[in-house]
Ligand binder design. Structure first.
Ligand SMILES: [Zn+2]
Length: 477
């Protein structure tokens, strides 16, 4: 995938060295040994380490005479990486401020009007906290390969997503914070990132061309935060159910997966409904679902239908995906506005989204929302208690800093290029999208993983539920 040059909302001339604007400034500190957040001193006493960084910094990138940063084009250059980090944050804010129709202030703006954005290669993580966003490095647990998160749009946008959610939904009191609130935060960070990424033309094109609109294929959209050709941190398309956590949970990023899966499936269902509505798919969704039984044979037939339909209607597919993206974002904004952070449960998100759909879309997606939340057992399964982590070093949330967790790569999943993606050569790198060329390609053989993570065909679930409750709005399809 080629590099894509993007334009940000910041007027030329308004972004200074760093880059820096009125909302943030990027620094590459010299000798910053530890990340911000909770630490312990030599005597084991906890303390909070917060901005500002008052030590020396490496020379920042500076704008050219026209106010742009295009003259930085070497992805290994720390100045490029600082510019890319700034652009990723600003782009994500632009997208979501566009949906809101207003600025989204930092949740810590009463303490820090600008976020200190720290490039911190020694930090094997990324995080947002009071007054800061810190972007470190991914270290592969497979081969130790280091990939800077400064070049990973998904990861940076995920941190911005945490910030947006803290502003728009709020922060619970500590004694009212549930595991599901933490899972909601992690899930929503991924969803904020995914929707922002769908604003890159190159990403939309690549997704559609590589899947013909059958979004359950492994692709950029559901392979969140790709760190190599076939490795990524999480998958939006997953089979996780809430009952997986009935005995308890250890990692909020994993607890997030049923919710992320439900939201992703809702996106796909809205997209496919739009394709049916516009006639880009000649058969109805019900007929497609009748073809889907989860077998390879049926999946091949479905893919064949998608290939043919996409070739015939590529522009309609594009419009449908963009419609679904915007419909979901609008639905989410309305949903989030109805939530309280205290004692939050995923069922609250379900009912808020049902209500948002009623207000915004006249119940057009009522059944889609219900089917996907219910399939994830949200509303039936009960989340168990928080269990001790396998390793120490978990962060306190007392400063409301959120991150991938110290063991974020425990949640690494491997996509299945061997089972799908006929249009993609297995040795073709899945480039990191965004502003840059790929920075990481892992050609190791991970075929042992390739039998996992096959999503249950959504349409089968849809049909199962439809038999019980056929939605009125679908009768015209
Ligand atoms: Zn996170």
């Amino acid at each position: 995938m080629p590099a894509e040059i993007i334009e940000l909302s910041s007027p030329a001339g308004s972004v200074g060295p760093g880059p820096a604007d009125d909302r943030m400034f990027v620094i590459n500190p010299v000798g910053k040994g530890i990340a911000y957040g909770m630490h312990e001193d030599d005597n084991g006493n906890p303390y909070v380490y917060l901005p500002p960084w008052d030590g020396p910094i490496y020379a920042p990138p500076v704008p050219d005479e026209d106010g742009h940063f295009l003259h930085y084009d070497n992805i290994d250059d720390p100045q490029f990486q600082a510019a890319h980090t700034y652009a990723s944050i600003r782009f994500t804010l632009d997208v979501w401020e566009g949906y809101y129709g207003r600025p989204i202030e930092w949740y810590f703006s009463q303490y820090y009007p600008q976020a200190e954005v720290v490039v911190l290669p020694a930090f094997e993580n990324a995080q947002i906290g009071r007054g800061f966003i810190e972007i470190g490095t991914d270290v592969s647990k497979i081969d130790g390969k280091r990939s800077p998160f400064t070049l990973n749009f998904d990861v940076i946008a995920h941190e911005v997503g945490h910030g947006i959610l803290f502003t728009e939904v709020g922060e619970p009191d500590l004694d009212k914070e549930t595991g599901e609130f933490l899972g909601f935060q992690e899930s929503s960070g991924d969803v904020v990132s995914m929707i922002a990424a769908l604003h890159f033309d190159s990403v939309v094109d690549e997704i559609l061309q590589s899947t013909s609109g059958n979004l359950y294929q492994a692709n950029h959209l559901n392979r969140f935060a790709e760190t190599s050709a076939i490795g990524q941190i999480r998958m939006a398309s997953n089979n996780s159910k809430l009952s997986d956590f009935s005995a308890g949970w250890k990692d909020s990023h994993l607890l997030a997966q049923p919710l992320t899966g439900a939201i992703f499936d809702i996106l796909v269902d809205i997209f496919h409904e739009e394709l049916v509505r516009t006639g880009a798919i000649s058969t109805t969704l019900e007929e497609i679902s009748d073809l889907l039984e989860g077998s390879d044979q049926y999946e091949q037939r479905l893919q064949g239908d998608f290939d043919a339909a996409y070739q015939a209607h590529p522009v309609t597919f594009r419009h449908a995906l963009i419609y679904a993206r915007d419909a979901l974002a609008t639905l989410l904004i309305e949903t989030w506005a109805k939530l309280s952070p205290d004692y939050l449960k995923y069922t609250d998100i379900h009912s808020a989204m049902i209500s948002a759909d009623r207000r915004l879309f006249d119940r057009a997606y009522h059944n889609i929302i219900n089917v996907n939340f219910e399939w994830r057992e949200i509303g039936t399964a009960i989340v168990g208690p928080q269990l001790p982590k396998d390793n120490s070093g978990s962060h306190s949330h007392s400063t409301k800093q959120t991150d991938y967790g110290p063991d974020h790569s425990d949640t690494l999943t491997i996509a299945t290029p061997c089972s799908h993606s006929k249009r993609r050569e297995d040795n073709e790198p899945l480039n990191n999208h965004g502003l840059i060329q790929t920075f990481s390609e892992n050609k190791d053989d991970h075929s042992a993983y390739c039998t996992r993570r096959r999503p249950v065909p959504y349409a089968r679930r849809y049909r199962e539920a439809r038999d019980l409750n056929k939605p009125a709005h679908r009768q015209a399809d």
